[in-house]
Ligand binder design. Structure first.
Ligand code: TXA
Ligand code: MG
Length: 388
């Protein structure tokens, strides 16, 4: 990656990041004015070319004015992200599409009407007003309208489309709280709007509408099944349901070699969303997944290793009894809860207290596909096969 920016924040960058609490408390209506002021302050920073992290319904984004190439360049420096990885441009609703995209495919408005605001990014032909840097030099742009009220208010007040990747250091675990953002980016960005934990917890689904048939480049908060209702011929992710553990290893090699121009969705990097600690993900859901994680915990404990486990509520007691540190993901039958907690759980076990983290997948139906994708990438592109 020849275009990787330096690891240092700009010389003129503030050392300390401003923390703006915008969590609304139903018992304190007087807060509304203070929150509005803080959002206005953040919008002014964006208009001045600054960097502001803000909550969306998926994960926290690191925003900059998408029409200001210098501001956008600062995002790459703050994250340590290579310029080959394109950014998603955030708008409040489909009426702004003409500001960021051109030659809209006929499907675009129908899909937007169904899923926006929400966790869906559409890849469309890029308008000239959006600098090439946003799109890794490509002719397309990823666009989404986030559903979070703080994001909505911020973009409307800034009155400009906002380019925003997830607000974490490159390759790391995406942030679902302001504290996660602070841990990764304090001193490297101007401000963080703290709107509390995000609700969806995994990133948006990225759909390329410039190809025929349209294709999912990254599974996410909007499911393949829901998309099929509006785009019957939509293709699933290229490395999705069909990939087995061996293919995933090949994909890991390929991703390192892939020329920038052909890397259609850099979220496809085999290692991504990854903790520092070694992570073993067993590719089995339900009872088989539970048994695989228990057995791996037992083996690791027998070797004297400290084990962290990602576990649904019902799985926790047996793992705790084996001496594992457990981060709970909620009820086993609620994949929405699992997605919402996944990244915070991974981060909580990734502080050096354990030698290995163990987890299992959740099938590939519904949100299971996005969970499968993120768990696999967090584990470096490699899943552990489980005997039938
Ligand atoms: O939920 C989300 O999508 C979050 C929130 C902040 O909106 N954002 C996010 O951004 O996850 P980021 O930069 O971490 O991931 C964006 C991914 C890229 O890695 C790439 O896969 C895809 O979106 N992408 C963006 N623009 C694209 C384009 N023009 N063509 C193909 N893929 C694109
Ligand atoms: Mg990201």
């Amino acid at each position: 990656m020849t275009t990787a920016p330096t690891d240092q924040p700009d010389a003129d960058h503030p050392r300390q990041t401003l923390w703006l609490d915008v969590i609304s408390d139903a018992d304190a209506p007087a807060q509304a004015e203070r929150i509005a002021e803080r959002i206005a302050q953040a919008a002014a920073l964006l208009r001045a070319g600054g960097l502001v992290a803000f909550p969306t319904e998926t994960v926290y984004g690191l925003g900059a004015d998408a029409t200001n190439a210098e501001a956008v360049a600062r995002i790459f420096v703050a994250k340590g992200r290579p310029h080959s990885d394109p950014l998603i441009v955030h708008i409040p609703d489909a009426s702004w599409l003409a500001r960021v995209a051109r030659d809209l495919p006929p499907l675009a408005l129908a899909v937007a009407a169904q899923f926006w605001p929400g966790p869906l990014t559409l890849v469309l032909p890029r308008a000239a007003s959006i600098p090439p840097l946003v799109a890794a030099g490509g002719a397309t742009v990823g666009v989404r309208a986030p559903a979070h009220p703080i994001a909505q208010a911020l973009i409307r007040l800034a009155a400009t489309p906002i380019a925003a990747p997830s607000a974490n250091r490159f390759m790391g675990v995406s942030p679902t709280t302001a504290a996660h953002v602070f841990a990764d980016l304090n001193g490297r960005i101007d401000a963080i709007l703290d709107g509390g934990p995000t609700s969806v917890g995994v990133e948006s689904t990225v759909v390329d509408l410039t190809t025929d048939p349209p294709r999912i480049l990254r599974p996410g908060g909007v499911t393949l099944e829901a998309l099929r209702a509006v785009i019957p011929n939509i293709q699933g992710p290229a490395d999705g349901a069909a990939a087995n553990t061996t293919d995933a290893a090949d994909a890991a090699d390929a991703a390192d070699e892939t020329p920038v121009a052909t890397l259609r969705a850099p979220g496809q990097l085999a290692r991504h969303y990854a903790p520092q600690t070694r992570l073993l993900v067993f590719d089995a859901a339900g009872e088989r997944g539970r048994a695989a994680v228990l057995a791996a915990t037992q083996r690791a404990r027998a070797r004297g290793e400290r084990v962290g486990a990602l576990a649904t509520d019902d799985e926790a007691p047996a793992l705790l009894a084996l001496g594992a540190q457990v981060a709970t993901l909620g009820p086993a039958d609620d994949l929405g809860a699992v997605a919402q907690r996944l990244y915070a759980a991974l981060r909580s076990l990734d502080d050096g207290r354990v030698d290995v983290i163990v987890a299992h997948t959740f099938g590939q139906a519904g949100l299971g596909l996005a969970l499968w994708d993120r768990l696999r990438r967090a584990a470096g592109g490699q899943l552990q096969a489980v005997e039938e």
